[in-house]
Design a binder for this molecule. Structure first.
Ligand SMILES: Cc1ncc(COP(=O)(O)O)c(C=O)c1O
Length: 473
């Protein structure tokens, strides 16, 4: 038999709480508002809310309204994860995995975002507040592409550190580094073109390739030495490669960096075989050594390099401020950027420009880099102690991402699902390639507020890996 209307409404709201639409402690719509939204009487809503109170889902607070009980927990998204289907696109696979990676209620090794303690949150808070108080008109007006001159000036100054001598006009501000990569690929390719990428590579590059209908040649990327330039050279003999996307400094996910000879070789290959190098330097400023490595762009005599970066890993991912140096492609990229998004948020550009101007950035970088090195040492020690024999890991010299290669008998997707059940997030290797070769690999973020819970979580991952090895016997 159909249940009464008020009970249906109560069930619907209870489900919304379970799905995390209304979080513990959140206010739910008032009786009057719900009555309007659902086109039912106030009395029916009151009956539904009273039922939800009886069920312990919500609580009335006099004069304030109805609130979700603090004890209510959204159902863990972990339960929804299913085994990977190989025919799945990277985008679909990512959609399934990334909503979990963003769940901060877990011990989260899966995202590539530093915990907020490693971001200059307080300085930005002050800066944004001051800007809104003192320059509200400026902050709400358009800042058309190529973006804030003050910010481009600061970026030109910072890029002296990676060997690039630039004018502000050489720089285009973008919506993060992903937007810079996408604009670069769009400017130099047509659907059906072939491009070379590192393998494994940052999954956003794979998504861009899928979206732009490009073909990808995956060039092995060593955890220490980066992209294999010999294999790239061989590939140029077989394919008409239009572009190569490469992260020469502190690569995601392997943490590798190219040596000087490999950098020069890459540039020489791009000139000889007439392809564009799209350089992703997003982790470049997070090098652990005193002096950061040069950008490829710094040695780009022929103007075949498009440089992309952002402040997402060191200042504020949510501000969505990145940039590119397009060289010969600057004009076409700016035209496309303008057509696609018109402008970049004025407030966040100005806040970052102010932060860079006042000199606090270098202090902030020094502190975070030291903390990442300490965390890395702890992480590597725990993996050595608690993971099965045969487990390998990368030795990053910058950034905050570790690439772990488990013995072949351990399936990282299964480990991911098992870890989720106990509140631990990691990113399985399958999302870093179009092939399924990284099924026993995973990436681990160590830009975390390290405490005993994190030690325990790593030990648990080791225990689950051992268990999979046992089960395979
Ligand atoms: C290598 C690499 N490139 C680009 C991006 C995208 O950066 P943004 O958030 O600035 O768009 C990321 C983010 O994880 C990344 O790791």
């Amino acid at each position: 038999m159909d249940c009464p209307l008020y009970e249906k409404i109560a069930n619907q709201i209870e489900q919304q709480v379970a799905e995390g639409i209304f979080l513990p402690g959140a206010k739910i719509p008032s009786v009057r508002k719900s009555s309007k939204q659902m086109a039912v009487s106030v009395a029916t809503v009151l009956q539904a809310y009273s039922l939800l109170e009886d069920r312990g889902v919500i609580k009335a607070r006099p004069q304030k309204g109805y609130f979700v009980q603090e004890t209510q927990r959204p159902a863990s998204p972990a339960k929804k994860i299913e085994p990977t289907k190989t025919e799945e696109s990277v985008h679909t696979l990512l959609q399934r995995l990334l909503h979990v990676v963003r769940d901060d209620t877990m011990v989260q090794f899966g995202s590539a975002v530093p915990k907020s303690q490693f971001l200059p949150v307080r300085q930005l808070q002050r800066s944004v507040g001051r800007l809104m108080r003192l320059e509200p008109e400026v902050c709400v007006s358009y800042e058309f592409t190529p973006g804030s001159l003050a910010l481009r000036r600061q970026i030109a100054i910072r890029m002296l550190d990676n060997g690039c001598q630039l004018q502000p006009d050489d720089i285009t501000i973008t919506l993060g580094c992903q937007n810079a990569l996408m604009l670069s690929l769009q400017a130099v390719t047509q659907p059906g073109d072939t491009i070379a990428i590192e393998s494994p590579t940052y999954y956003g590059v794979l998504q861009a390739i899928e979206t732009l209908q490009l073909k990808a040649i995956e060039i092995p990327c060593d955890t220490a030495t980066g992209i294999d330039t010999e294999v790239l050279q061989q590939a140029t003999a077989d394919w008409n490669i239009k572009a190569c996307v490469v992260t020469p400094n502190n690569h995601n996910p392997t943490g590798s960096s190219l040596n000087h000879a490999a950098r020069l070789r890459l540039i020489a290959l791009s000139v000889e075989h007439d392809f564009v190098l799209i350089e992703d330097d997003i982790y470049g400023e997070l090098s652990y050594q005193d002096k950061r490595d040069r950008a490829l762009k710094a040695d780009d005599q022929a103007n075949t390099v498009i440089y992309c970066s952002s402040f997402s890993k060191s200042i504020a991912p949510g501000f969505r401020i990145g940039w590119l140096v397009g060289g010969a492609y600057q004009a076409i990229i700016e035209r496309q950027a303008h057509a696609q998004s018109l402008a970049i948020p004025t407030l966040t550009q100005t806040a970052i420009a102010n932060f860079l101007e006042n000199g606090a950035y270098d202090r902030h970088l020094r502190k975070t880099r030291q903390a990442y090195q300490n965390n890395l040492a702890r992480c590597q020690q725990l993996i050595t102690q608690h993971f099965p024999d045969g487990t390998q890991m990368s030795y990053p010299k910058g950034g905050f991402l570790l690439w772990v290669t488990l013995p072949k008998k351990v399936n990282a997707m299964k480990l991911h699902a098992q870890a989720l059940e106990i509140g631990i997030g990691l990113l399985p290797g399958l999302v870093f390639s179009f092939t399924s070769q990284y099924h026993h690999h995973f990436r681990l973020n160590y830009a975390l507020n390290w405490d005993n819970a994190i030690d325990t979580a790593l030990k648990e991952l080791g225990r689950l890996s051992h268990q999979q090895m046992q089960d395979a016997l």
